[in-house]
Design a protein around this ligand. Structure first.
Ligand code: NAP
Length: 253
């Protein structure tokens, strides 16, 4: 099998939430595989830019808050202006709010569903229009969660959003596979990022989570890179609508 199967040379990848955590790990991995990166970021992604440029990669930054759909046309236009095309989209940016279901507020519901489900759908739609118009096809990767499979606790809107994103992944795969667009998802297990700070600081939760991970450790952002490169590459041309767990074995337990 040729290593070229996994090469992303000449491809442009939009990665949302590329400044930190999993998005940063994915952006760096896609860049190392040869892709030019459009880093969509609410905060300045200085660290990511440095890491990509240090290995000779190309990166263009688009600063945007994804609470609304307003920035979407600009993101696609900037990608085309910077690198000429949109070949890969990684819908990674996401947020979480914790409260008992009995007390859960409308603001915490709407805030999470907006960033984790609504914006990813409409950004995928905008990128897919471009992929169809350019006749290049493309790859769309949504970031799901263990809470795409399980219920979780005190995270009602997050669980709804991550269960929703896997359903959406399958729907979009059904509609767009014949157009040369692969839509898949990666479901990370428990990773060391800002998103899981509260869990790792809670001694009991930290111990319980670790005890259930067959690999015996939390994931690190660079553990996700290989899966992202695979799903973004020619190697995944016949992979549609799948949810690839990268979880240290959590779901097998
Ligand atoms: P993180 O370090 O908190 O990163 C979240 C990213 O999303 C940041 O870049 C953040 O930007 C961005 N973001 C949040 N709200 C935004 C908004 N309104 N507009 C624009 N950007 C926004 O957490 P992470 O773990 O890397 O999370 C990345 C993805 O992985 C999320 O979809 C998360 O649900 C998913 N995930 C994580 C884990 C885990 O164990 N860590 C497990 C399963 C799934 P700022 O830095 O500016 O806030």
């Amino acid at each position: 099998m040729s290593a070229d199967l996994f090469s992303l040379k000449g491809r442009t990848a939009i990665v949302t939430g590329a400044n930190t955590g999993l998005g940063q790990g994915i952006a760096i991995a896609l860049s190392q595989a040869g892709a030019s990166i459009v880093a969509v970021s609410r905060s300045a992604p200085d660290e990511t830019v440095k890491a990509v440029e240090a290995t000779g990669g190309k990166i263009h930054v688009v600063r945007a808050s994804l609470d609304t759909l307003t920035p979407i046309p600009g993101i696609v236009d900037e990608a085309k202006r910077a690198f000429g095309a949109v070949d890969i989209l990684v819908n990674n940016a996401g947020t979480i709010r914790r409260a008992d279901a009995l007390e859960f507020s409308e603001a915490d519901w709407d805030g999470v569903i907006g960033v984790n489900l609504k914006t990813p759908f409409f950004l995928a739609q905008a990128c897919a229009k471009e992929m169809v118009a350019s006749k290049r096809g493309g790859k769309i990767i949504n970031i799901a969660s263990m809470l795409s499979f399980q219920g979780g606790i005190r995270v009602a809107s997050y669980t709804a959003s991550k269960s929703g994103i896997t359903g959406l992944t399958k729907l979009l795969a059904n509609e767009w596979a014949a157009k040369g667009i692969n839509v898949n998802a990666i479901a990370p297990g428990y990773f060391e990022t800002n998103n899981t700070d509260a869990l790792r600081k809670d001694e009991t939760r930290n111990r319980d989570i670790l005890a259930r991970i067959p690999a015996g450790r939390w994931g690190r952002p660079d553990d996700l890179g290989g899966a992202a490169v695979f799903l973004a590459s020619r190697a995944a041309d016949y992979v549609h609508g799948t949810v690839l767990a990268v979880d240290g074995g959590w779901l097998a337990r």
